[in-house]
Write a protein that binds this ligand. Structure first.
Ligand code: UD1
Length: 427
């Protein structure tokens, strides 16, 4: 299994492109199931999760082809076509590997009137149930059955009649599944307290480009008027705000300055506010986001929250940055339980962090030291890379497959910014 070796202490500087958003890609790809016409997605990041989703879609009879991008380019163009669905079952072997596979439930139900998807099971960052996905589909008129580890959803003849669902807590995935089922409903579907992350807006924009009728895009109240059929489209995946925020933290902790080409500041308000509170200079430029360290880092107190709040997916990376602040920061994780797996590893690198339930108290230290570390989720792994870039000595990050799931060509991007970082195969 590969690992990454970082010799810390280099100041990052330069300009890198921001890749297409992983979490957008994973909800735009299953939209191919909604039409027999071709769907072309541009700026798809080259990630293990995208490859995994492509493989999953192939199981339903979706043909996929990748247009001639050169290996040195970031991003890819993929055309997907589901002329005829050959299956509506997502088997355990595939769903188990990638939680986001659950996002085929809504579009399969919408297009074929039925879907059978393995339950995703546990996950490293908490239980992550799918009850809200099922309740929303039920509210639109689907019949849901659970048996032998699978969920089966069936629509009445002629399609989902429609209905109204109010989410008790905000769920990104459940909002996405509900939207993808609702666009082909017979009637009108309404969602209240829906997620309004930029990735949801990206999904809505694609569905509208395919002929869907959605009102309230960008708000937490969505009205979807079902249409008989959707057509193909060509669509550009939005830039990855979490990737951009991660590189911003890396630049700041090394005392550096980077330009994140293509990043959209208006989708990163909470991250930008946190960076500025930490004393980092952030500027919106026509080409993207410019981030520069200026003087010592200051402590920050915040809680994660659904968009437009501070993203749970940025918590670990911000915490890595704050290990070097002058003072004590307090971070509270409100979205997922058990999302502090990076804490013991950061502590091994010399950080001083205490956790009390959902709160982490980070006492800034003057320096970090390199160590052999590993993490059990994607963003936690990135926080260790960020710490390693600022640490004295060598940091080896194991279990690289987590980073490969979500960061396109990470070591190449860091190398472009002057980091001393290499990927090596381990035995
Ligand atoms: C998505 C993102 C993930 C991000 C998360 C929160 C993708 C592929 N993943 O995950 O990177 O960290 O949003 O921004 O886009 N919940 C339930 N029942 C459900 C669904 C969710 O109780 O049926 C709870 C979860 O346990 C969690 C909260 O709702 O506490 C939010 O989860 P959700 O927004 O659904 O996360 P995902 O869509 O899985």
């Amino acid at each position: 299994m590969d690992k990454i070796i970082i010799r810390g202490g280099r100041r990052l500087s330069g300009s890198i492109p921001v890749s297409g958003a992983k979490n957008s890609a994973l909800t735009l790809l299953p939209c191919a199931l909604l039409t027999e016409e071709p769907l072309t997605l541009r700026n798809l990041p080259r990630l293990a999760d995208v490859d995994g989703f492509q493989h999953l879609l192939n199981q339903f009879g979706v043909s996929t082809s990748i247009a001639g991008t050169r290996p040195e380019d970031f991003g890819r163009v993929m055309t997907l076509q589901a002329t005829r669905l050959t299956s509506t079952t997502a088997p355990y072997e595939l769903v188990r590997k990638m939680r986001a596979s659950i996002l085929v439930l809504g579009p399969l139900l919408g297009r074929a009137g039925e879907a059978t998807v393995s339950l995703p099971g546990g996950c490293a960052i908490g239980n992550r149930p799918i009850d809200l996905h099922l309740k929303a589909l039920e509210a639109f008129g689907a019949q849901i059955e659970l048996a032998a580890g699978y969920v089966r959803a069936v629509a009445p003849d002629g399609g989902l009649p429609g209905g109204t669902y109010t989410f008790p807590v905000v769920s990104v995935g459940a909002t996405e599944n509900a939207l993808m089922a609702a666009v082909l409903a017979k009637g009108t579907c309404r969602l209240h307290n829906a997620a309004r992350e930029p990735e949801i807006v990206d999904l809505c924009n694609l569905l509208v480009a395919m002929g869907g009728q959605i009102e309230g895009i960008g708000t937490s109240d969505l009205t979807i008027h079902g249409v008989n059929r959707l057509h193909g489209a060509t669509y550009q995946v939005m830039p990855d705000r979490i990737e951009a925020g991660s590189y911003a933290c890396a630049a700041a902790i090394t005392g550096g300055e980077v330009e994140l080409r293509g990043a959209r500041m208006n989708e990163m308000d909470a991250t930008v506010a946190a960076l500025r509170e930490a004393g980092v200079f952030v500027e919106d430029r026509p080409s993207g986001l410019f981030v520069a360290a200026q003087g010592p880092l200051r402590p920050v107190t915040l809680s994660t929250a659904p968009y437009p709040g501070f993203a749970t997916d940025m918590q670990a990376q911000l915490m890595a940055l704050l290990t070097r602040a002058e003072g004590t920061s307090v971070l509270t994780e409100t979205i997922f339980e058990n999302r502090y797996m990076h804490v013991p590893e950061l502590t091994r690198m010399g950080a001083r962090i205490e956790t009390k339930g959902r709160t982490a108290i980070v006492h800034g230290v003057a320096g970090l030291n390199g160590a052999e570390v590993m993490a059990t989720d994607l963003r936690a792994s990135m926080s260790l890379v960020i710490a390693g870039l600022a640490a004295e000595g060598v940091t080896t990050v194991h279990r690289l497959y987590h980073l490969d799931r979500g960061y396109e060509r990470l070591e190449e991007k860091f190398a472009l910014l002057g980091a001393d970082i290499e990927r090596v195969g381990s035995d």
